[in-house]
Every structure is written in C-alpha cells, then in structure tokens.
Design a protein. Structure first.
Length: 358
C-alpha cells in the first residue's frame, strides 16, 4: 500500500471498467494536504499565547501554496487508487507527508519545552520582562526557520506540479477551439470531427469527491434516508442532447453487523445515481450493492460508457437514463442501507462525469 494511503480495501474493477495506471489520485493528495493544514493550524493555536501578539504565526503565503497544490492536483488526469507508485501521486504525497510529520515532531518538542518552562518554579522567572522577551525571540527564530524550510519545499512541489500536463480539455472552450481547427483549418467534415473527438475521449470532465462518509441502516430504506455523498451539475455549454459519454464511480465501502441474529449473507448497502435534486428527484439508476458483510473493505471502480451500450447486449435502462441527462442537470451519487442493525462506513466516494460539447 502506498505511503499515506487513504484506501483500506483491495481494488475491485467491475466489468467494463478501463484501468487507468497514469495520472494522480487526487483524493490521496488532498488527504495529505488536509493533514498538513491541520498541523499548521495546530501550530498556530498552540503558539498563539507565546507569539500571537505580533501578527500571524504562519504566513498566509504558505496556505496559498498549499491551496495551489490542491487546485493543481484537481486539474491533473485521474489514476486508479492503489496503482503502482510510478504515477504523479507518488512524489506529491511523498513530499507532503514528511512535511506534516516534521511539523508534528517540531511541535512535540516545543510543547514539551513550554510545559517545563511553565512549571511553578519557572513561572516566577517567566514574569520577568527580559527573560520573557529573550524566550519569545528564540522561539520565534526557531519557528521561522521551520516555516522558511516549509515554504521552500512547498514551492518545489508547486513548481513540479505546474510542469505536469493537466487534464485536457479544461472546459468547453478548449473543445470548441479544437473543433474549429479540425473543421475550418483542416477542412474535415463535421461528422468526422465528432468521431475523432469521441475516439480521443476529448470530453469535458466534472468531478466531485468525498472522504470519511458514514451511514446507518434503517428499515425500510426510503429515499429520504439515503445519503447524497457527491453531486455535480452538467455544464450548460455541453451538447444539448445526450451529452454524457462516461461516468466513473469510485466507491470504498464496508459493513459492520451489530446484531448476531441478522444474516450476514446478503449485502445491505446500495448505491444509486440520481438525476435531479434531493427535494425533486426525477430518476434513479442502480450502481451496485455492497459485498457481503463479512468481507473486508473493497474499492469498487464502476464505469458507465455510452459508447459501449448501443450494441445487442446494451442495457436499455441505463442507455435511457444516460440519455435523460441534459445540460444543467444535477447528478448525485446516493447511498442507502436496508438493515437497522448494521453500521456502514463509506470511506470514500468519487464521481467523474465526462461530457461531449459537439
């Protein structure tokens, strides 16, 4: 398992899924970023009584660089979870996690030193102005050296990520510009251009993701009891009819049976995709049901591809559901549970929607 992995289960690629072994696992990167931000906020909280009277402890530029790393990670192509570590995720995560560990270890030492200095015998000396100013100056210098080193490392990560090629197209303007080049500059027929762009999977991407999701079983399991884990709105600029070309779901889930009399031989947690809002749902489409309760966590990868559901073995219901998605439609991934005596933990959910613009 890679360093700092957020995934707890084994990988399960469902039928029809196309493996992706290059790119970045943005959820891994964001998890590492969240740990680093937590450590910096903790540093500010603990040192504020000592140093906070003279402005911010952690310069805002550090948080700006961290957020730029998050933004750049979201712009890169997505790879499957738990793939071999020759992907873009490796250097990013392997740089971020040691930075968090370094801040944590530094604060452990500082807190220990402060606790000793604040003992009753030393508190009297602490009140002496010169001793206090001397201590503040030494502590501020230590903190500044750590933050300067952090800033340099963050800039290295930012520069490295800026040099990587982002997911293309970034938006519908990229698609329409490419269409104009192929049609007007090269003189290709519109139908040929559409085929080329579809074959190249030159689609606009919309992604939403969420970690540390939990639900509890209820019986029966109505729509109102389900959890909308992730959602996305189809851009108005995409093709007006049947714009969705592909949807990819990444779901890690597990179940814990809390009643020994309840059967462990049937899955109780279900996943569905919905067009519409929570208050006005229009159409559900089943995605999967979780594995048996006694099995360990699994990371499920499910792909719905409109280009694969036109043949004789096509799922007519799925084709009709995907055709019902229009510009401006809201798509959401819902999870629900059927048995009240089971506790269900969804460690992570991600939904990727790919749309054509022509």
């Amino acid at each position: 398992m890679p360093l700092g992995s957020i995934w707890h289960g084994s990988l399960c690629r469902h039928e029809g899924y196309s493996a992706r072994d290059s790119g970045v696992d943005g959820m891994e990167v964001e998890a590492a970023i969240d740990v680093l931000v937590f450590q910096l906020r903790f540093m500010e909280h603990e040192l504020e009584p000592e140093l906070g009277r003279r402005g911010r402890i952690v310069d805002e530029v550090h948080f700006e660089r961290i957020e730029e790393i998050r933004s750049l990670a979201r712009a890169l192509p997505i790879c499957d979870p738990l793939v071999t570590f020759d992907t873009h995720s490796a250097p990013i995560v392997n740089w971020l996690r040691p930075l968090s560990d370094g801040i944590s270890n530094f604060m452990i030492g500082i807190i220990f030193a402060l606790s000793r200095r604040r003992s009753l015998g030393q508190q009297l000396a602490h009140w002496v102005g010169f001793r206090r100013r001397s201590h503040e100056s030494a502590l501020r210098q230590k903190v500044q050296r750590v933050l300067d080193a952090l800033g340099e490392q963050l800039q290295v990560i930012v520069n490295e990520m800026r040099s990587q090629r982002p997911y293309i197209p970034r938006d519908s303007d990229d698609v329409l510009m490419t269409e104009r080049v192929l049609c007007h500059s090269l003189g290709l027929p519109q139908t040929i251009v559409c085929d080329i762009l579809d074959y190249a999977e030159y689609w606009v991407r919309i992604v939403d993701q969420r970690r540390n999701v939990k639900i509890r079983g209820v019986q029966p399991a109505p729509l109102s009891s389900s959890l909308s884990g992730v959602s996305a709105t189809i851009p108005e600029s995409v093709k007006s009819y049947s714009p969705v070309r592909r949807i990819i779901f990444t779901i890690e889930a597990g179940e814990i049976v809390t009643d020994s009399q309840e059967s462990e031989n049937s899955p109780c947690i279900w996943f569905k995709a919905m067009i519409g809002s929570d208050s006005r749902p229009s159409c559900f489409q089943p995605i999967m049901r979780n594995t048996l309760a006694w099995e360990p966590y699994k990371v499920h990868l499910i792909q719905w591809d409109s280009s694969r559901i036109d043949g004789p073995s096509a799922d007519i219901g799925l084709q009709s559901w995907m055709d019902g998605v229009q510009p401006g439609s809201k798509l959401s991934l819902h999870a629900g549970a059927e048995y009240p005596k089971r506790f269900n933990r969804l460690c992570a959910m991600r939904m990727e929607i790919y749309c054509t613009c022509i």
